[in-house]
Design a protein. Structure first.
Length: 296
DNA sequence: AACCCGTGGCG
DNA sequence: TCGCCAAGGGT
């Protein structure tokens, strides 16, 4: 009965998804491709729970690429708030401008056109094509990678970097039809987010536990563990940048250097500030210099 | 390829 | 408590 296992696997995952999917706002019927794109960018490395309220307010304020393209960088960065990685907000703005200028205000469906947009990489392009346009494409995010690695390789976590072989396999697994493939993609993602989680997988609730190679092998440990060493955080430039950006989001007028958050290493604070200016996240005005969020 | 880029919550 | 992790992308 297992001479053709893939259809059974597809069905198990998509049926589970139909029964257990979360009602996330960007999944509601009628959500525009632009709204889907905005959600995908916000969700890059940021949990659903923190994205949801920001996304709702965002789409109410700027429903279309044209509306958002007309916003200033300062209001964009304040609306982005504490989602993190604020360069994403500026890239999203650049994407809105590009969509207006190059695509008549409509999010393109073409993969290459999507990849040309700032802040849109392989994952986001595939997600927009699959979830906004119903195209058949391979959506390979951290959830899907983890589920497939456990299910098929018998390892707890995927390799640190995404390989062509991994992409090829995921592509080969895709159901033939566009509608089925989109459901398979979102089903795998949701399974990874709710059941096959990184920390404490709930295998008793998994629709494909009986087929899982990691489970069958007795949950062997992660062979790449030594290569996953988390990037240092305490005392990094990133931490300083975060402090500076938080202060500038709150400020109602430009701040002189001495009014910016203190830091034990003044040279590092200056370097971080220079970096923020170079990234377009901070603007300098006047003499002596004062700092604020950039305008348009 | 390796490193950089925020923030908050959970086990 | 604290390390790890979260719908990645750019360089």
């Amino acid at each position: 009965m297992d001479d053709d296992p893939w259809p059974a696997l597809w069905h198990a995952v998509t049926a589970w998804y139909a029964a257990h999917r979360r009602d996330l706002p960007w999944r509601e019927p009628g959500t525009s491709p632009w709204a889907v794109l905005v959600s995908e960018v916000m969700l890059q490395q940021t949990p659903v729970a923190r994205v949801e309220p920001v996304w709702r307010a965002w789409m109410r304020r700027w429903p279309t690429p044209a509306a958002f393209a007309a916003a200033g960088h300062d209001e964009v960065l304040r609306a982005w708030g504490t989602l993190g990685y604020p360069r994403r907000a500026l890239r999203l703005h650049g994407t809105a401008v590009a969509v207006v200028e190059r695509h008549g205000g409509e999010v393109p469906r073409d993969r290459e056109a999507l990849l040309d947009l700032p802040g849109v990489g392989g994952y986001t392009a595939a997600a927009v094509r699959a979830f906004a346009f119903g195209e058949r494409d391979t959506v390979l995010d951290t959830n899907v990678r983890r589920v497939l690695t456990r299910l098929l390789d018998g390892l707890p976590l995927p390799p640190p970097s995404l390989s062509r072989a991994e992409e090829r396999r995921a592509s080969d697994l895709l159901p033939p039809g566009p509608a089925d493939s989109a459901l398979w993609n979102i089903g795998l993602m949701e399974l990874g987010a709710l059941v096959c989680t990184a920390r404490s997988p709930r295998c008793e609730a998994c629709p494909v536990a009986e087929r899982c190679a990691w489970r069958a092998a007795g949950y062997p440990p992660d062979p790449y563990a030594d290569r996953r060493r988390a990037q240092a955080w305490e005392g990094t430039d990133r931490q300083v940048r975060g402090r500076l950006m938080a202060a500038l989001r709150e400020a109602t007028e430009p701040l002189p250097l001495e009014a910016l958050p203190a830091w034990h290493d003044e040279a590092q604070r200056a370097r971080a500030l220079t970096g923020l200016v170079a990234d377009g996240l901070v603007a300098v005005t006047g003499s002596p210099a004062r700092y604020r969020l950039p305008g348009r």
